[in-house]
Design a protein around this ligand. Structure first.
Ligand code: PEP
Length: 257
């Protein structure tokens, strides 16, 4: 695995905040806090997946982070109602997108739709964060082979050269939105399974280019342990990214700032 020099810290705002004014206030506040520590951190040190409707305004305001979307369409330009294609997100200022978040899967997203979304998003040069994770674990470890199969299916239409713009987020569904995160050991085991699936698709050299994140009840107390002991390159954070103080505390802890 090629370790990035900087951790990849991604927040997922989901359906928050309630309006654009609050979103802009959040961005201004986090940029201000970030600026006060900027000599210890890169110019841009976080990613925020925001409600699509906010992307164009927020991406103009956000000095120290990248702005992206929480989902994207895999259909081509034309006659499909109620969805947004990668080129439209890019032109609004998005630089990345999540795909396959468990809450999107729960709304009925199929593996076939996911594979088209991932392929189109990568072809369009959006940094693409594919989320995978088991609902529950079984003693026999079947969840690991199911997860590897999910990775292979979701990436089945992606060409090798696009693997360097792909990130995989391991998000065990049982750890999202609760109070019990995975242990770093549990995380590490799945990172190995994800890398095995990637290598079986494109070989080890291309597989190494993919960065892996952990998500599920990340807090300022546990954030760094996943990077130091869980084998991941960064974090995908839900609730704790929706509050300026807790998000900034996680960013600072990951940069040692
Ligand atoms: C998520 O929804 O992607 C997530 C990780 O949520 P939380 O951090 O709130 O568990």
């Amino acid at each position: 695995m090629t370790k990035r020099t900087s951790p990849i810290i991604v927040g997922n705002w989901k359906t928050t905040p309630a309006n654009l004014n609050q979103a802009i206030k959040f961005i201004k506040a986090i940029d201000k806090k970030y600026s006060s520590k900027k000599n210890k951190m890169p110019k841009k040190g976080f990613y925020l997946a925001v409600p699509e409707i906010f992307i164009s305004e927020i991406s103009k305001e956000c000095v120290h982070g990248y702005v992206g979307s929480q989902n994207v369409s895999g259909v081509s330009i034309g006659q499909t109602t109620g969805t947004t294609i990668p080129s439209q997100l890019l032109s609004a200022g998005a630089t990345f997108t999540l795909i396959g978040h468990s809450e999107v899967r729960a709304q009925g997203e199929t593996a076939d739709q996911r594979s088209h979304k991932v392929a189109l998003s990568l072809q369009s040069k959006l940094l693409t964060i594919l989320c995978v994770g088991e609902h529950k674990r079984d003693k026999e470890g079947k969840y690991l082979s199911e997860l590897e199969e999910d990775v292979r299916k979701s990436l089945s239409l992606v060409s090798r050269n696009n693997f360097n713009n792909l990130i995989i987020a391991y998000e065990p569904v049982w750890a999202i939105g609760g109070d019990t995160p995975a242990t770093t050991h549990e995380c590490f085991e799945v990172v190995i399974a994800i890398r095995r699936a990637l290598a079986s698709l494109v070989g080890i050299d291309y597989a190494k280019k993919v960065h892996v994140l952990y998500g599920g009840t990340v807090t300022k107390e546990n954030a760094l342990s996943f990077i130091q002991e869980g084998g991941v390159d960064g974090l995908l954070i839900g609730r704790a990214s929706q509050d300026v103080v807790s998000f900034m505390e996680i960013i600072s802890s990951c940069y040692g700032a």
